[in-house]
Design a protein around this ligand. Structure first.
Ligand code: SF4
Length: 350
């Protein structure tokens, strides 16, 4: 069956063959709390015969989402505690998040903002709230970078995106505008000349961080959409969430990072999964994550190495989690480990 529009309800999941009817009751309970959307591009990638398909597991709801553990929280990275005005998160001195919209073309089952996004979420900023958000940016000269996230900002129309970029272009101290999006992967046809033009503004440099978690997401269409963006002068970075059963093995991570680099997307962040409600089935331990990242060292080019990071719960910012290759020795020198695990004194004794 050819799917031509997004799947959005449990009944549609059954009709499209993503869900067996006996699970419908549980998934209706999941849907009461968390949004569902699967684009045709992602539906086409799923293997209906594989119960552990890494694409399906990212988007098809699971009864495990009904289990909320004591350490999980509605706002795992503390957006609300660092929001001076609606739509703005100001966590670090030189940059802010601008959350203009809380809608996404797909809803990831592990989403760290799952309590805020979707039809029952925080919606789109009103024009009055937008005015206040831009006034905040304009009156804080330390803000060098504005990061449009949400939700997925690329669901906005080119006209709305152009308006945002024009308003940012009028603020001299903002030099960098960064978009966080899944669109080039999950809805690649949306990345057309009109949308690309809307992401740029005179005097500002545009970065686009693409969220993808498995190498199969980098389809020909996704690579072509990314090429259109890069060819236009937009710099692309990657973001990946480390997820149990989806990408928690060195071969998959290596293939994903290489696919990014082949697509002219510089691997940037590998996120340790956040403590979002109903997501414990996706989480692994920090020790497991560190072992995976260590396994990438030496296995793939330095171009392909992401930074493994944790958003510290409560909104205290990001912390790198990778193991250090260097330790201080008692004799004042250092001990440095190579990618095979062998240690070497630095400086060498002779
Ligand atoms: S695209 Fe991002 S904000 Fe939207 S559901 Fe996925 S992780 Fe959450």
């Amino acid at each position: 069956m050819t799917v031509v529009r997004p799947v959005r309800t449990p009944a549609e999941l059954v009709d499209a063959g993503h869900l067996s009817p006996e699970h419908l009751g549980d998934i209706e309970r999941v849907a009461e709390r968390y949004a569902i959307a699967i684009t045709p591009a992602m539906a086409a990638l799923m293997d209906r015969n594989d119960p552990n398909d890494p694409i399906a597991r990212q988007f098809v709801p699971d009864a495990a989402e009904l289990v909320v553990t004591p350490d999980e929280r509605d706002d795992p990275i503390g957006d609300l505690t660092h929001s001076p005005v609606e739509g703005i998160v100001h966590r670090y001195p030189d940059r802010v998040l601008l959350k203009a919209v809380h809608v996404c073309p797909v809803y990831c089952r592990f989403c760290f903002r799952r309590e805020m996004v979707g039809p029952q979420g925080l919606g789109t900023l009103s024009s009055e709230a937008m005015d206040k958000a831009f006034a905040y940016i304009a009156t804080h000269p330390e803000i060098w970078e504005v990061i449009l996230t949400g939700g997925d900002p690329l669901v906005l129309s080119p006209r709305r995106l152009s308006e945002i970029m024009e308003r940012l272009a009028a603020i001299d101290h903002v030099k960098i505008v960064r978009f966080h999006t899944r669109v080039p992967v999950v809805e690649p046809d949306r990345v057309n000349a009109e949308l690309i033009a809307a992401l740029k503004a005179s005097g500002k440099t545009t970065y686009l961080a693409l969220h993808a978690n498995h190498p199969r997401e980098l389809t020909e269409a996704a690579r072509a959409a990314s090429a259109r963006l890069v060819d236009s002068g937009i710099v692309m970075l990657s973001q990946t969430v480390l997820l149990r059963g989806i990408n928690d093995d060195p071969e998959t991570l290596a293939a994903l990072m290489r696919a990014f680099v082949e697509t002219r997307i510089k691997p940037y962040y590998l996120h340790h999964p956040d403590l979002a409600p109903g997501t414990s089935h996706f989480r692994l331990s920090i020790a497991e994550g560190q072992a995976l990242v260590a396994a990438l060292r030496g296995r793939i080019s330095g171009l392909c190495q992401p930074t493994y990071i944790l958003d510290i719960p409560g909104g205290h910012g990001k912390a790198p989690l990778g193991l250090s290759a260097v330790t201080a020795r008692e004799d004042g020198a250092y001990s440095v480990s190579d990618y095979r695990g062998q240690t070497h004194r630095y400086p060498p004794e002779e």
